[in-house]
Design a protein. Sequence first.
Lengths: 91, 504
Amino acid sequence: MMTQLASITLMRNDDARPIIDAIMADNPDVCVLNMPGAVKLDCDGRLRVNRASVEERMGRAWSPQEIQLVLVSMAGNLEEDDDQFTLSWHK
Amino acid sequence: MTAKKLSLKQRYEFLTRDLDWEPSYQSADDIYPYDKFEGIKIKDWSGWEDPFRLTMDSYWKFQAEKERKLYAVIDAFAQNNGQTGVSDGRYINVLKVFLTGISPEEYQAHRGFAFTGRHLRGAGTRVACQMQSLDELRHVQTQIHTISHYNKYFDGMSEFPIQHDRVFYLSVPKSFFDDARTAGPFEFMVAVGFAFEYVLTNLLFVPFMSGAAYNGDMSTVTFGFSAQSDESRHMTLGIEVIKFLLEQHPDNLPIVQRWVDKWFWRGFRLLGIVAAMMDYMLPKKVMSWKEAWDIYFVEAGGALFQDLARYGLKMPKYADIATEAGEHISHQNWGLFYQLCHVAGFHAWMPDAEHLDWLSAKYPNTFDKYYRPRFEMWAKQEKEGKRFFFNGLPQLCSCCQLPMLYTEPGDPTKTCFRSSVFKGTRYHFCSDGCKDIFDGEPEKYVQSWLPVNQIFQGNCGGATVPEVLDWYKINVGVDNGDYVGSPDEALWNAWTAQRFSEAS
């Protein structure tokens, strides 16, 4: 079986930076592909964005729904609630 | 006392379940007459879930914020004469192809999702389709607004709605959406939501818009990524519709598989135009079409279909043929544009030496062997004053409507021809993929408006090339032909010269 990458692509701008940093901190196996204007973050099987981690870096309250303002693309089944935004493939 | 704030899940539940009602003085089948004839069986509409759980208040809030950001950029771009700062005047041609070939499809997607949003009886599905319908309208509007600034300076953009209905290569995207919109609501959802949005749209919006960023086109990258932020929601809708249909009834599987096979192939053919844009029209390159295909189809599509295998859904038929063609398709399409740009609404050119070397490096298996000699020959003919144009009318595929220019799988030196006979008439196809689609619904495809056939039937302004171009609203000597020697090039050279003079 080939690797199933759970993946998120975010704009490369000031609004997205704390989210990118939080993903890199919370998903240690993350692989980063830099493109002009955007960044693609890939994890094997599962990628999680935690509200608390983003808020810590952003310095204000943040809802996982706000990710839509800087989201470019994603791959994986989405599970979202008030505390997290997770992409994963069924194992 | 303050009421406790509802959770995301509760808010979505209230919107998509509690706001719906059972009709009492009309039957549900009379209200929703189109959601059964395709043979899809739905046992429980409440099985539908939107993982974004977007409610109307959040939708309007986020979309308004996206619009504010986008229009601030468009305004700044215009105020600062951003058009003079793109990488090269050739770059503008990608915007011409985008505005004439892609933006009108955003409008078709808007109409299509408005229809499905009205005609599917599940409340959650209707809400998701309604939001997507509004998104698509936003996309076409923001694209027209953004590109209208370039229209003040460059040629080939002003007649885009009429050209979309008439010009030969624009019938490729047009027929794709005509086909989807004349299907039933579930097929439309699988065609546009799944095959196009989930499996293929990344190839259009991610590397291509990143390319716009790299080529200094701040306004286009902003509308591109602003639209793409909606696409993530659309992709999720696409994958949800597949899971929903496959979970509802086992009889749905063969129907869905047939749609996935069909729309994957149609989308692959359509995106061949984007392949040529990425490999040949971006002066500064981000990644090759082949690299984008490997990331976004082989890798991401592979993960997706591995996931969907638990429902029995297989990789689209001919996915392997499409991946092999990834080594060829951009070169073959650019060769087509080069030979036919005298009858097109944008400019073409032969790649320079540095560009040829980039293509050799990106396509080590095919470029030097099959395409470099052809392009070097055309460049030599140009130098000798014998610029080659194809002066006939190309035979078109009766399914995808592209000229019959593609090669046999496994043999890039042999043109691929397929045909089928239906009610005594022979129809021609560029590939097994297109032939299969026709053979599945011949009654539908015999009605195709094939631009070349229509010219021969006298329905396109006249019998001569100037008459047809006039009917196409292509301004001869201005909008068409080579970039070198065009008014666009003269304007660009004047701007370049001004960079070294004082502001007046």
